[in-house]
Design a protein around this ligand. Structure first.
Ligand SMILES: Cc1cc2nc3c(=O)[nH]c(=O)nc-3n(C[C@H](O)[C@H](O)[C@H](O)COP(=O)(O)O)c2cc1C
Length: 205
């Protein structure tokens, strides 16, 4: 049995939807137990309410030190100025005690994101996130070009070899993750769960 955590932050529900799709994909892999959790909100409640944040989300809030209980972790964060959201950064900055005892060494880490604009920094968010995972000694897994739809020109879509992604658009064009984007999330979840279970089985031999 291998244990996968999908850990995310989401202000308006886009990354939240992507996280559940990742979990769906991971759960398809035999012998995989999947947990979905989110990191704590840091924005003052009145500011969050005014900005229309989705404050009620069904995923439980994670504690930083529980990351060591999983074999693979899929991290989801919206892009903020080309980087991960502060809520996720703050959570990761509390994982020093795990780093000190190599608790995440050799575990699988993978990242997905969401931006408002097509070229608003999906790759920079994901690849800069990878630095933290590498400091923890994690094995980074992306989303290979075998993901369905990753090269399509039929519609405007997220999807990068670094990890699944979605584009929200703005104003009248704003949307939730498309079926194509959610499909790539399911694909990444399955891909990560398969690699994780192979690593876990290999170590047990
Ligand atoms: C402070 C701030 C910074 C943002 N920076 C970017 C950015 O650099 N590029 C971009 O395309 N979108 C940016 N966005 C839009 C968010 O990425 C988008 O709202 C988010 O992906 C939606 O996901 P969520 O509903 O899960 O929070 C930013 C939003 C905020 C509030």
């Amino acid at each position: 049995m291998s244990r996968i955590l999908v850990l995310y932050y989401s202000s308006w529900g886009h990354v939240e939807q992507m996280a559940w799709a990742q979990a769906e994909g991971a759960a398809q892999v035999a012998g995989t137990a999947v947990t979905v959790k989110r990191v704590p909100e840091l924005v003052p409640p009145e500011v969050a309410k005014q900005a229309g944040y989705r404050l009620e989300q069904k995923a439980a809030v994670a504690s930083p030190l529980e990351l060591g209980d999983y074999d693979g972790i899929l991290f989801g964060t919206p892009t903020r100025f080309g980087n991960m959201a502060a809520q996720m950064r703050n959570f990761l900055d509390q994982t020093g005690p795990l780093w000190a005892k190599n608790a995440l060494l050799g575990k699988v880490g993978s990242v997905f994101t969401c931006t408002q604009s097509q070229h608003g920094g999906q790759e920079t968010t994901i690849t800069s996130f990878h630095s933290t995972l590498l400091h923890h000694g994690m094995v980074i897994v992306g989303m290979p070009y075998t993901a369905p739809g990753i090269t399509t020109m039929r519609e405007v879509t997220g999807g990068t070899p670094y990890g699944a992604s979605s584009i929200t658009g703005a104003g009248e064009e704003m949307r939730m993750p498309s079926e194509l984007e959610l499909g790539m999330c399911r694909f990444q979840g399955g891909h990560v769960a398969r690699i994780t279970s192979e690593l876990v089985a290999g170590r047990a031999r």
